[in-house]
Design a protein around this ligand. Sequence first.
Ligand SMILES: [Zn+2]
Length: 463
Amino acid sequence: MHTLSFRVVLIIIIGIFACYSFVGAEEQEGPLYQVRAGDTLYSIAQQFGGSVESLQKLNGIENSSLLSIGQILLLPGYVDVSGLVDTYLVRPGESFVSLQFELNNSLSTLIKLNRIVNPYTLYLGQPLIYKIPENLETSNQGNFSVVGQQDTLLDMAINADCSPYELMLVNGWSDIRLPVPGELIYLPGTQTMTPIPDPFVDVIITDKHPNQGHPVMISIVTDPQTSVDGIFGTTTLNFTSIGERQISLFGVHAMSDPGIYPLSVTAERNDGQRITLEMRLPVADAQYQSQRIVLVPDKAKLLEDKDVRAVEDEIISNSVSVFTDHKLWEDVFTPPISMDYITTRFGMRRSYNGSEYLTFHGGVDFGAPEGTPIYTPASGVVVMSKNLNIRGTTTIIDHGIGVYTGYWHQKESAVSVGQKLGNGELIGYVGSTGLSTGPHLHWEVWINGIQVDPLEWIKQEIN
Ligand SMILES: [Zn+2]
């Protein structure tokens, strides 16, 4: 009896060891990465996880600077994944449903490779590790469609020239269920794959990882006769047609917390059906500096008077929140006076007379001598020209499609409300009116009701 149980235990122990060595051998098979020009062990470790040391150890590399192009490296830290891998950056409209087909990887492979906990948390530009398919011919076939109110599984199968069962299989449905209206479904076929459903044809986002305080443009092409709307975070987006594209500009608030924000665009077809692309936009910390400002008592009093400040802030925000649905300018914006005069940049967190850092610098300061002329950065229409307690002699110009520029603390204004201005025309002169500690121009750029960094805005070409 004792001998028998000893033998059983021994067999079990041998079995366990055999399993261990089997798993161990499998671990050594992959995943693999083929070194490209410009790669370093550090960049590979950043791209796929792990450390330089673990890569060195696993691949027996003694000198970390000796990598050759085409060299195959074993990547540490994965179990049960073999073959060559690479990274892919998530584009607008893509989800795990579409990526399975685009990358020809199963959902379980993508989840394993990317250590995904929640497959609904993809964000734009997210690097995803995927297995390079061995048989490329089977990928990139078929397209995506959004299930309509009246669509049945059979209708869709007939349209896609396949059986309902095949449709269920390729979409990873484990049991028979009805397609849900609005759901994205993959239809196998011979057409080239596009990750976005009709009526979307193309979606471009200029900055897929914007900093706080930066401007972003979404540019969309849809089938004709389609209207588009959208939301970023809690802000409604306004779209304008420019040629065949529908574009929307928005700003990321300078004080918004870094993190991932929802971004969705909806196209409304002629028949009234609305198709929404849900995306997630990661916002990065702009690393704005902090500044302590000490104000003399009478100026501090003005800033502390919350009523004066609130009334004035409301005047400004009302005037920059009106959406003019056509673009009034050409080319890119130019600075209103020489960049050599810049003294304070946008975004600085500010504390006044020892208070907390609750406000930020909403524009760029140009410390130019009193009387220096200020010129329009682009053409537009004057929507405000008045004297305010804090901002002093103030001008605001509407450039269309949600873009406004503001000029504070002027000595004198040279324009009046309703006046149309071309590019490079005189607005006024640098002064120190309002709450100002010396002659300077404070210049602001507002996009869709949000102040953005003017020096970022002047890099943007919108056409
Ligand atoms: Zn300023």
